[in-house]
Write a protein that binds this ligand. Structure first.
Ligand SMILES: *Cc1c(COP(=O)(O)O)cnc(C)c1O
Length: 397
């Protein structure tokens, strides 16, 4: 496909992509090759927690790039230690492994749990995961995921991920056996459509793990780093996992993720885990800059306030257009349209002129909204105005 001067066929055709090429971003706005502006409520899939190209990240990258980029994962560097110190201080988990993507952090969590089972649980190796879960796109994390349709892809799968049903404790209990070493869960299933694990369910999982001597793994790749109005979503339920993974918002847009573990669960031996870019100071410095901003109580308070504003404004749309409802926590929210027209709404919103609106449809009837965590109140009102117009058009077609 030719878009302006760009021949796009050089890229592998891995997804349906709309016919524009983004060339610039600033805050809540993206700009394409024609200069058209788009109000962005996707933000790189909940990645750009401070919006597009925030000055503090641009500055951090420039400064760190002049000092040190990649001394190799085989050596210590000051930026990686600095980020790990922040993460341990903020999470209460004592050990950190830095990586580049959510899938890589989760792959590390799976390896760590299996290693722990081999050392402490007589070789137990199975990890209970959940229907509709999303943990990434490596073979093991795809196998751990419960995404519809994925069960038949890239067979044979990595074995050992029996699937329970979210918020159904008996379904978890029924899968625990001699070979079970851990339970892995997203506090909110993001990719499957902002489906919340109840706080009491997460507490019950903690008790179940303690009872059976299992590790509790929270995949906070999407929910972590302020997205839900707390630094970690686990804080809402006041549950501490043994292992936690972070990604997306941690890098504020650059490839950075982290595997955190309690000292008790942190059992990797030399040679078990690594990676060329793991702990590279360029990304680690960005992670520290992001955390210094996002972990401020006033910043998290702002996420809660904006989340409430967004929820309230979405509720108005629900009432006006007779939609099924809205849900979510903080600035991870979904609007249930109650009918399978989400793809049409996404297209129509994007094609608005002169300014487009970018929203995501993880399900045929559902829109997901994940703006920058420092989004301005006006931008939320503008989004609702644009979406209101789109709903009026599409629902009456
Ligand atoms: C996005 C996501 C992942 C995968 O992260 P990548 O950086 O795309 O590998 C894993 N778990 C959850 C909950 C996610 O939302």
């Amino acid at each position: 496909m030719k878009i302006g001067p760009f021949e796009t066929d050089v890229l592998m055709d891995i997804a349906v992509r709309p016919p524009m090429v983004f060339v610039e971003g600033k805050g809540s706005w993206l700009i394409d090759q024609r200069g058209k502006r788009y109000l962005d409520f996707i933000q790189g899939w909940a990645v750009n927690c401070l919006g597009h190209c925030p000055p503090e990240i641009a500055e951090t990258i420039a400064t760190q790039a002049r000092r040190l980029i990649s001394p190799s994962a085989a050596f210590f560097n000051d930026a990686a230690i600095g980020l790990a110190q922040r993460l341990t201080g903020l999470s209460g988990l004592e050990r950190v492994f830095l990586a580049s993507s959510g899938a890589e952090a989760n792959e590390g969590a799976i390896k760590l749990a299996r290693k722990w089972g081999s050392l402490n649980r007589d070789g137990a190796w199975q990890i209970v995961t959940f229907v509709d879960a999303f943990h990434g796109r490596t073979l093991a994390t795809m196998s751990a995921s419960g995404k519809a349709g994925w069960d038949r892809l890239f067979e044979p799968k990595v074995p050992g991920f029996p699937k329970a049903t979210l918020n159904d404790l008996d379904s978890v209990r029924g899968l625990i056996g001699r070979e079970t070493v851990a339970i892995m869960v997203e506090p909110i299933q993001g990719e499957s459509g902002v489906v919340m694990a109840e706080d009491e369910f997460l507490r019950a999982l903690r008790r179940l793990c303690d009872e059976h001597g299992l590790l509790l793994i929270f995949d906070e790749v999407q929910t972590g780093v302020g997205r839900t109005g707390r630094l970690f979503a686990a804080e809402h339920a006041q549950v501490r996992p043994d292992i936690m993974t972070l990604g997306k918002g941690l890098g504020g847009g650059v490839p950075l993720s982290a595997l955190l573990a309690s000292e008790r669960a942190s059992c990797f031996e030399h040679g078990d885990q690594g990676g060329t870019y793991c702990g590279n100071p360029l990304m680690a410095a960005v992670g520290s800059a992001v955390l210094d901003r996002v972990s401020q109580p006033a910043f998290l308070e702002g996420v809660c306030t904006r989340g409430q504003q967004l929820a309230r404004r979405l509720d108005e749309l629900v009432a006006r257009h007779r939609l099924a409802g809205e849900r979510g926590r903080g600035l991870l929210r979904a609007l249930d349209l109650g009918r399978p027209c989400a793809a049409r709404v996404v297209d129509c919103a994007r094609d608005l002129a002169p300014e487009g609106l970018l929203v995501n449809a993880p399900r045929p009837h559902l829109l997901r909204l994940m703006p920058a965590l420092n989004i301005e109140s006006d931008a939320i009102d503008r989004m609702v105005e644009l979406l209101d117009g789109v709903l009026t058009t599409t629902l009456n077609q």
